[in-house]
Design a protein around this ligand. Structure first.
Ligand SMILES: [Zn+2]
Length: 321
């Protein structure tokens, strides 16, 4: 049971900061950089781009955040107390991009539910460290919390994030007390899969989590999956330590293989959305983009019936002793 041959990609140029980015993180430019990378490698034809989705309003952000923080974030000046933990240089232009990145994730998930035969893709990140009170560690807003709360309120459906970024995604856990129906939108035991270990143990834990997820899906308690394969779980990332290139790719194979198996078992399409999350290589940003590309190609080959040949090109990290 294949999915459609192209990834339904919720992308607008307004998601990316393309100028005045003096950040240590390239993340505000990442959506655009990744799409350019896919074009350069002849892979753009595998995406169907949707650009006409509406940006998020203040009300959308209020779902997961205190009003003060949201109002300040979109004002003329974000106070220092909110900037300190963010790690990114705040600007009005940057703030505007978050309306589109967060809306991209929500629209991608909603599309995957309405059209489960298509894989939806939000080429975005910067969500999983934000808390109700403020943004933190390159993450301005809890995009996952907002998207899933909206989906639950609109459709009564629950989801699971397989968050294989190199860092523990705390935004969901930190929001259970703030968003009243979040436990239904994202069941605490399975809604936020994060893995802290390394190498072989990491892969074993991922398999265990997927076994648990199988129960939730079979029992009708989880209705959609969002896979966020952050490139900073790669051992040579500036902020990473966990997985070799082969192991990082094996995670993609495990997740897409799992979705395929579940679809065969249940004889129906399982809604799947892909999202980017972290990845930081100051010496070679193409390594980050290439890992993400290899992940997308695995999805296309395993779930969408394609036979694309692509190998991740990962520059070896020079360790200065
Ligand atoms: Zn990270």
């Amino acid at each position: 049971m294949n999915k459609s041959p192209r990834l339904r990609t919720f992308y607008s140029d307004r998601m990316s900061l393309t100028f005045e980015n003096d950040n240590s993180s390239r993340s505000p430019e990442k959506p655009k950089k990744l799409l350019e990378f896919l074009k350069r490698h002849g892979l753009f034809e595998h995406l169907d781009i949707v650009s006409d989705f509406a940006p998020f309003s203040h009300e959308d952000f209020y779902i997961a955040h205190k009003k003060d923080y949201v109002d300040y974030f979109f004002s003329d000046e974000l106070p220092q107390s909110y900037r300190r933990l963010l790690g990114l240089t705040w600007s009005k232009a940057f703030a505007e991009t978050t309306r589109y990145t967060n809306a991209s994730l929500y629209n991608a998930i909603a599309h995957s539910i309405a059209h489960p035969e298509e894989v939806a893709f939000s080429p975005s990140g910067g969500y999983h460290h934000a808390t109700p009170r403020k943004g933190a560690l390159y993450c301005s807003f809890s995009g996952q919390v907002i998207a899933s709360a909206k989906i639950y309120r609109e459709q009564g459906l629950s989801g699971c994030y397989i968050d294989l970024d190199g860092h523990h995604g705390n935004s969901i856990d930190n929001s259970y007390g703030f968003v009243p129906d979040l436990e239904k939108a994202l069941p605490p035991e399975i809604g936020n899969i994060n893995i802290a270990s390394t190498h072989g143990v990491y892969l074993a834990e991922l398999r265990e989590k997927l076994d648990l997820l199988e129960k939730y899906i079979t029992d009708g308690k989880v209705h959609y999956i969002v896979f966020c394969h952050g490139a900073d779980s790669h051992e040579w990332d500036d902020l990473g330590r966990q997985l070799s290139t082969e192991e990082w790719i094996e995670c993609s194979e495990l997740v897409y293989g799992f979705v395929h198996r579940m679809q065969v078992k249940l004889r129906k399409q399982i809604p799947l959305t892909l999202c980017l999350f972290g990845g930081y290589r100051k010496d070679d940003y193409n390594t980050v983009l290439s890992l993400h590309t290899a992940d997308l190609v695995k999805c296309l080959n395993i779930l969408c019936g394609k036979e694309i040949e692509y190998e991740a090109v990962v520059k070896e990290k020079v360790v200065v002793k």
